[in-house]
Design a protein around this ligand. Structure first.
Ligand SMILES: [Zn+2]
Ligand SMILES: [Zn+2]
Length: 243
């Protein structure tokens, strides 16, 4: 099968690799689409403890083509997404429910092969059927799950003023969740995208009257601009962090 394979940080090739063989508790998924996120940029640099050689990609969606002998509750040709994290269930953190802090955490697309390939083998208990979601919608499930988890951790009080750094896909989803869950003033701060107008001399400047930041929507990448203007009334660009 074709895959993108990293042999070392910054060294990747699109090349032929053997098709993965599944174990009894795994399924083989034919990949329809795979998202790219900031984590992948870290992995490109060798950060986040990747194990090489590695097929990256943790935001995948596709169709089950083969089921392992011990797999129940899933069907061939079912369209699915996956939870890319695999915790051990036995360590101190797993025992208290903090699975992402697992001492033996493994992750598809980070420590084991992920979705930038024609096929992916994955444990059946990581798989969720998606019904009729399109591939473009389905690749947003993982970033959206991260944003929903962020909302839970944040436990934001309604009416809170929020400064959100980053307007990538996850940041844009989080911006919508924040506003839908009662954020007061929401400011999204992000670097200029390639389509943005040339920035003023400095991306951030001191806001008048003791306010901390003033962020112009000039610095939000164009795809985010729509959401930005939807969720942030124009007169509310200042974050009153130092009132
Ligand atoms: Zn991601
Ligand atoms: Zn664990």
């Amino acid at each position: 099968m074709k895959a993108i394979v990293y042999d070392a940080p910054r060294q990747f090739k699109y090349r032929d690799v053997p098709e993965p063989q599944i174990e009894a508790d795994e399924v083989l998924v034919r990949i329809d689409a795979c998202g790219l996120c900031g984590t992948d940029l870290h992995i490109h640099e060798g950060e986040f403890a990747p194990r090489f050689p590695l097929i990256p990609g943790h935001e995948f969606t596709g169709e089950i083509v083969t089921l392992g002998g011990a797999v129940n509750g899933l069907k061939e040709r079912q369209r699915v997404v996956g939870n890319s994290n695999e915790s051990c269930g036995k360590c101190f953190y797993c025992m208290r429910g903090d699975f992402l802090l697992c001492l033996n955490l493994r992750a598809y697309g980070v420590t084991q092969d992920g979705g930038f390939a024609q096929y992916l083998r994955i444990k059946a208990d990581r798989i969720f059927p998606i019904g009729h979601l399109s591939p473009r919608e389905a690749v947003m499930v993982e970033p959206t799950a991260c944003a929903v988890h962020g909302m839970e951790v944040l436990a934001m009080k309604p009416g809170s003023d929020v400064l959100l750094f980053g307007a990538g896909p996850t940041g844009q989803v989080l911006a919508q969740l924040l506003k839908l869950n009662g954020a007061g003033r929401l400011v999204v701060a992000a670097p200029a995208g390639p389509a943005a107008r040339p920035p003023a001399r400095r991306p951030f400047r001191r806001a008048p009257r003791g306010r901390f930041w003033q962020v112009s929507h000039t610095y939000v990448p164009r795809p985010a601009a729509t959401i930005f203007t939807t969720v942030v009334p124009h007169r509310e660009h200042g974050c009153p962090a130092r009132r």
